[in-house]
Design a protein around this ligand. Structure first.
Ligand code: CA
Length: 236
């Protein structure tokens, strides 16, 4: 297959959009641009020309980057989202993660940094979504509920819902480290790729979501445990 990787850049500052586009095209990507959220969502909903990754500015006229991100997740799109922000408040980051952003990059940034994040996100996503080896399992099981490794779908039909890419990444990290008490700082580093010192409740919120999806009684978790002052533990 020869299709070029298609990247959508959502940025209202024309000179910046141009610079990002120019540099991504130089790397061999095909780039679409949108200056506002509505245009972005239109491009994203065109099934004939799927987008593989979104570079999404937070501060946009009208609909914010948060809203665009949460809408595209609601529409079932699992593609990686790299959010750009002129603000660097930790709350912004957390909110970004909550609406399903995969990565955060603070403005101003070096274009080389943006390119390397894009490449990394695409690799990570493609390897996560890659068709599993014939010998390997294509699903994992959590408390008797199946999760498709490639599509992130829970159960056998769409009624069970889907995980976001980041939720899948967290879930796999737990599955790879059963029974071990995992400090929050380790999750921030390994799953969120953030500084372990970052003050955020993002992991707690994601654990709540995993409980809601997989625990029989989310208020009495048996599998996704919080270990006070230590971290979290996954019990198969
Ligand atoms: Ca902007």
């Amino acid at each position: 297959m020869n299709r070029k990787t298609h990247i959508l850049v959502v940025e209202d500052e024309a000179h910046l959009a141009f610079g990002i586009r120019f540099n991504l095209e130089a790397e061999g990507y095909r780039v679409s641009t949108a200056a506002d959220g509505n245009t972005a969502l239109q491009i994203l909903s065109a099934d004939a020309d799927p987008v593989d990754l979104v570079v999404l500015d937070l501060m946009l006229p009208g609909m914010s980057g948060y809203d665009v991100c949460s809408r595209l997740r609601q529409n079932g799109l699992q593609i990686p989202v790299l959010m750009l922000s002129a603000r660097s408040l930790p709350e912004d980051r957390i909110r970004g993660f909550d609406v399903g952003a995969d990565q955060y990059l603070n403005k101003p940034f070096e274009l080389s940094e943006l390119i390397s994040r894009v490449r990394h996100l695409l690799q990570r996503f493609q390897s996560a979504a890659a068709v599993p080896r014939p010998t390997g399992p294509s699903t994992v099981s959590v408390n008797g509920r199946k999760v498709d490794i490639a599509t992130y779908r829970i159960g056998d039909d769409d009624d069970g819902g889907r995980l976001t890419a980041l939720e899948m990444r967290l879930l796999r990290y737990f599955l790879d480290h059963p029974q071990r008490v995992i400090p929050k700082s380790e999750l921030l580093e390994q799953v969120w790729e953030q500084s372990p010192q970052l003050q955020t409740r993002a992991p707690d919120q994601f654990i709540l979501r995993l409980r809601k999806l997989f625990e029989d009684d989310p208020s009495q978790p048996q599998h996704f445990l919080t270990i006070r002052d230590a971290g979290y533990r996954y019990v198969p």
